[in-house]
Design a protein around this ligand. Structure first.
Ligand code: ADP
Ligand code: ASP
Ligand code: MG
Length: 413
């Protein structure tokens, strides 16, 4: 008898009919002899609707109250699924995050899970019940409702699977696995049978929203058997793996992109120790996360300093930078919030040269100018003008032959 944690995303529970479909699938898995814990998202669009509702009352809703409101989205779907299961004769119990003690820190809107008290869940499983848990939410030490950030139900599911030592954590979504890139942008994108946890971490952190980054971090830490599958069709999905065979790894596994970027430059700052930290300290104090950083080679005792940040922080960051520019007697501050980041990812990069040049040449052939570059051991990212996003991703997908089943992938399967 296996213990399965299944998570269903917003589209998969987006209507009463779809909730019925989920109930049937859960019932089938249970009838096959598995203990079942189900984690649900809110109905698709619901979290956005609630955010807008909050803003219509208070343009800057207090974070604590926003979490109280957002948590209702998931509370709705868990109750409905349990009702559907009971109707079909399957004993079920729904629980909010606080009821099953998903303990988090108190960072409202982006809380981290600190622990789960699994006693209640285990008791129910022993009684033959399906346990249905609200994703995306937890409770802090003082009993305040918290939420885990957008896409956080993935993390609830993986954390639950880790706490229960589940045999598999199955993320059911509206695509049938992890693809070489977002299939909505590149129709030729191909489902991966397997992807290493390291690659998945890069894909998720560089923009592929199919799994929330924290869920992958959690999975890596506790080696949770994790699979992404479609809630609409049968299939093997994509397995996240914890061992890699570099010799057999495909050169490039996937391409990720992120539209939420903005670029800021401060020109003509003095080229001396302490300047970079001075600039970034001011930005960090405003709680703005910086992504890529580039500093030019100095000339005439001055230099230019450029970084990217989340697009939502663009205006705030520009204001701060103008202040800093005044203090440093810099020449000027310029920025652009119409940029995107495109990244190619693959553990095979470690053992192969020439990936960067092929990437840059491909973009050049399409007339796409590269504004910034950053690399790590298994990824190369570039910043380009927003209007080139689709063209760039498609060109790279084809240049690296990702639409064809990589021979090595078959061997790895
Ligand atoms: P859910 O509501 O089930 O959590 P999400 O919308 O959060 O679903 O994630 C699934 C979506 O992620 C897909 O519909 C797809 O458009 C997008 N996506 C982006 N990159 C990838 C990728 N590499 N593989 C699969 N899906 C991807
Ligand atoms: N409902 C939340 C969101 O839309 C969490 C999730 O779906 O994973 O972000
Ligand atoms: Mg999601």
């Amino acid at each position: 008898m296996a213990l399965l944690v299944q998570k269903y995303g917003g589209t998969s529970v987006g209507s009463p009919e779809r909730i019925n479909t989920v109930a049937k699938r859960v019932a089938r898995s249970r009838a096959a002899g598995n203990d079942m814990v189900v984690v649900l998202s809110a109905m698709s669009g619901e979290t956005d609707r609630l955010i807008n509702l909050a803003r219509s009352v208070n343009p800057e809703p207090p974070a604590r109250e926003l979490d109280v409101l957002l948590a209702t989205g998931e509370q709705t779907t868990i109750a409905l699924l349990s009702m559907a299961l009971e109707r079909d004769g399957v004993p079920a119990r729904s629980y909010t995050g606080s009821q099953v003690h998903i303990l988090t820190d108190n960072a409202h809107g982006k809380a981290r899970i600190l622990g789960i008290d699994d006693k209640r869940v285990r008791d129910d499983l022993k009684k033959g019940r399906v346990v249905v848990v609200a994703g995306f939410q937890g409770v802090d030490e003082e009993g305040n409702i918290t939420t885990l950030g957008r896409g956080g139900s993935d993390t609830t599911a993986v954390a639950m699977a880790a706490a229960l030592k589940a045999d598999e954590c199955q993320i059911y979504t509206d695509v049938d696995g992890v693809y070489t890139t977002d299939p909505r942008i590149v129709p030729e994108a191909r489902r991966l049978d397997r992807v290493t946890v390291e690659e998945m971490l890069e894909l998720a952190s560089l923009g592929a929203k199919v799994l929330q980054i924290r869920s992958v971090e959690f999975a890596g830490k506790y080696k949770v058997p994790l699979r992404v599958l479609s809630s609409f069709e049968e299939g093997p999905g994509t397995l996240i793996t914890y061992e890699e065979d570099e010799m057999e790894a495909p050169l490039i596994s996937g391409i990720a992109f992120n539209r939420d970027e903005a670029k800021l430059t401060i020109r003509g700052v003095p080229d001396r120790p302490g300047i970079a930290s001075h600039i970034l300290e001011a930005i960090a104090k405003a709680n703005i996360n910086v992504d890529m950083i580039v500093q030019n080679v100095g000339a005439d005792g001055t230099t230019d300093f450029t970084f990217t940040a989340h697009r939502a922080d663009y205006k705030k960051a520009m204001d701060i930078l103008r202040l800093v520019a005044g203090q440093l007697k810099a020449k000027e501050v310029v920025g652009d919030d119409k940029i995107v980041k495109i990244s190619v990812i693959g553990v095979g990069m470690r053992s192969h040269a020439g990936i960067a040049s092929r990437m840059f040449q491909t973009l050049a052939d399409e007339g796409i100018n590269i504004q910034m570059i950053s690399t790590s051991e298994i990824k190369i990212s570039v910043v380009v003008e927003e209007k080139y996003l689709e063209l760039g991703v498609r060109a790279l997908h084809s240049a690296f032959g990702l639409e064809k089943a990589a021979p090595n992938n078959a061997q790895r399967g």
